[in-house]
Design a protein around this ligand. Structure first.
Ligand code: DOR
Length: 439
């Protein structure tokens, strides 16, 4: 190790790849982990005393909406990446529903350049399907996968009919990630609730059957071509049960903290701030999704960070937009569940980091071991503090979890060996890198 460029983290409880938590030191140089040992005798220019803290692989959030270009009044890549750093998120995969949408190489190059200019954490982007950009779906690079909105339209990005979806599944090998909601059913049901302003009807318009129909269709097409499929933000017990019965080896699925921890009771408490797509379901759905995650039916956790301003969210339903922020709270929310005994810290780290790196074939990330990238987060599992609106760094300035008392907040977030965030302070000189996908 080159002492003049190195960083040593001392005395942390380290999460080892086999799930063990043991006290030790980690030496970092040239952006990589050089050594993990119970004690490192060398010294470095920069040392962190991590006594009492737990060192985890940085979170890789595989579903976020960061709004740049075109919707920067809600969020931009700088504010979003600061929010990531505060939440212990060291890499993100971003969705194509920006303005313009990421549907061709020009839009991808533009996003990559913007991210290189202003992101404190590592970044990757999906290419979005429009129904008439088949060629681009296979050639735009680098892309973590193809995103299909089967429902919940975003302008040209809606692809809902089987005859339009089939050629996308038939052609190429890339991972296809689907927002599975049946648009036709939603449009029919919307008429049934015409004039309703209670946000709770959102879960009835976009009902469980709408989600199940689309998930079934995506599975059918994936099986037809043995095509790599990922089902985004699974929301219902029925979809989880379907996957438990028949989940091909080439299919993965994710849950969000919102669908695991919030349910339709939230409409009473936070109204339109609980509105998202797919919508919140019942307590029973929370429990079934949680069990599916524990059993490996669901593979990992994503936030679907979808910021909208306070003013926008305060509009009366249905004029209020759907979506909630998440990157600042996902790690602490899940670690709080671990502390409460619902899972282990190793499982949380697997769902938020290791399994994501595996699914998207992101090399060198998601594990604390020699030779891996030094994307790390030190968390404090000793005390609890609440989610507070005034602490939110995301431009949206609110969280659906305000008031929740959480442990496991990130103290220090390290991106490529550099300290991007430390106890409320950001090092805005740090820049992440474009992720590689070896798929
Ligand atoms: O509620 C949502 N909002 N769900 C999505 O999938 C997208 C999103 C957004 O971009 O606002």
């Amino acid at each position: 190790m080159n002492a003049s460029t190195g960083l040593i983290i001392r005395g942390a409880e380290i999460l080892y790849p086999d799930g063990r938590l043991e006290k030790g030191d980690v030496a970092i140089a040239q952006g990589m982990i050089q050594q993990v040992a119970s004690q490192i005798n060398e010294s470095a220019t920069n040392e962190i005393n991590a006594e009492g803290l737990t060192l985890l692989p940085g979170v890789i959030d595989p579903q976020v909406h960061f709004r740049e270009p075109g919707l920067e009044h809600k969020e931009d890549l700088f504010t979003a990446s600061c929010a990531c750093a505060r939440g212990g998120v060291t890499s993100f995969l971003e969705m194509p529903n920006t303005k313009p949408p990421t549907i061709d190489q020009t839009a991808m190059d533009d996003k990559l350049q913007r991210a290189a200019d202003k992101c404190l954490v590592n970044y990757g982007f999906f290419v979005g399907a429009t129904g008439d950009n088949l060629e681009a779906l296979e050639t735009v690079n680098p892309a973590c996968g193809i995103k299909i909105f089967m429902g919940s339209a975003h302008g040209s990005l809606l692809v809902s009919q089987e005859q339009q979806l089939d050629p996308i599944f038939a052609r190429g090998k890339r991972l296809i990630a689907v927002h599975a909601e049946d648009q036709e059913r939603i449009e029919q049901r919307r008429q049934l609730f015409e004039g309703a302003s209670d946000p709770a009807v959102h879960s009835q318009i976009k009902d469980k059957q709408a989600a199940l129909n689309a998930t079934k269709l995506a599975l059918k097409l994936s099986k037809r071509y043995q095509r790599r499929l990922h089902i985004l933000h699974l929301s219902t017990a029925e979809e989880a049960e379907l996957l438990r019965e028949e989940k091909p080896s080439w299919v993965t699925a994710e849950a969000t903290p919102q669908h695991l921890l919030l349910n339709t009771d939230a409409y009473e408490k936070i109204g339109t701030f609980a509105q998202m797509n797919p919508p919140l379901r019942s307590r029973h759905d929370n429990d079934v999704l949680w069990q599916a995650l524990l059993d490996g039916v669901l593979d990992f956790v994503a936030t679907d960070h979808a910021p909208h301003t306070l003013e926008e969210k305060q509009k009366e339903y249905p004029n209020s937009p759907s979506g909630m922020p998440g990157v600042e709270t996902s790690l602490a929310l899940m670690l709080t569940q671990a502390k409460a005994g619902r899972c282990t810290i190793a499982q949380v780290s697997h769902w938020l980091s290791t399994a994501v790196a595996n699914a998207y074939k992101i090399p060198n990330k998601g594990v604390i071991a020699q030779g891996y990238d030094a994307d790390l987060v030190l968390v404090n599992l000793n005390d609890y503090s609440p989610v507070q609106r005034e602490d939110i760094v995301s431009k949206c300035g609110w969280s659906p979890f305000e008031g929740w008392n959480l442990t496991g907040w990130a103290q220090t977030t390290i991106v490529g060996g550099q300290i991007a965030y430390h106890q409320g302070q950001f090092n805005t000189d740090v820049r992440g890198k474009a992720l590689r996908f070896d798929g």
